[in-house]
Design a protein around this ligand. Structure first.
Ligand code: FES
Length: 166
């Protein structure tokens, strides 16, 4: 496990403070899950148990929500997430090729994270940018008209950026 994915007492304290605030909301579950994802980078079963107890919701329900939405993850995410849209418009314009290029280059399956904890690769459903199809994103940044050469260039730049911070 990478340092940034560890569940420290500081992160737990922050999470509990958010949880207490969320309890006063009409629907506290989704905000709490967003907080957990943001604070820990993922929502492991140990955190789901805390949420279950504090919000009086079943683990089955919480786990169902966590695994349904692409925004949440039960395993540690990398510092950066590369998402490739496999929605219809992107798929017919070749986004599977883009995803396969990333899988080969990073030696990752869909949903996995590099061993150094830097990059998570994931496919997504339509992200609402069909006019730019095929698209992939790195964090909040969306790349349109994606191609194999474009994604290789972006990967190269990401690696350079990582090396410069080491
Ligand atoms: S199908 Fe990819 S953005 Fe809509």
């Amino acid at each position: 496990m990478n340092a940034h994915s560890q569940i420290t007492s500081e992160k737990l304290a922050l999470f509990h403070a958010q949880l207490e605030k969320n309890k006063s909301l009409p629907g506290p579950l989704m905000p709490t899950l967003h907080d957990a994802q943001h604070i820990f980078g993922y929502i492991p079963i140990s955190i789901q148990k805390i949420i279950s107890k504090e919000l009086n919701e079943s683990i089955a329900k919480i786990n169902g929500v966590v695994t349904f939405y692409g925004n949440f993850s039960v395993t540690p995410r990398g510092k950066k997430t590369i998402s490739v849209c496999l929605g219809t418009a992107c798929y017919v314009r070749g986004s599977q090729n883009v995803l396969d290029t990333l899988k080969d280059d990073l030696h990752l399956a869909d949903g996995e994270t590099t061993k150094d904890g830097e990059i998570t690769l994931q496919s997504t459903r339509c992200i609402g940018a069909c006019g730019l199809a095929p698209v992939f994103s790195v964090g909040e940044h969306i790349y349109g008209n994606a191609s194999v050469s474009k994604v290789k260039q972006v990967l190269k730049e990401m690696r350079q950026a990582v090396n410069e911070t080491k």
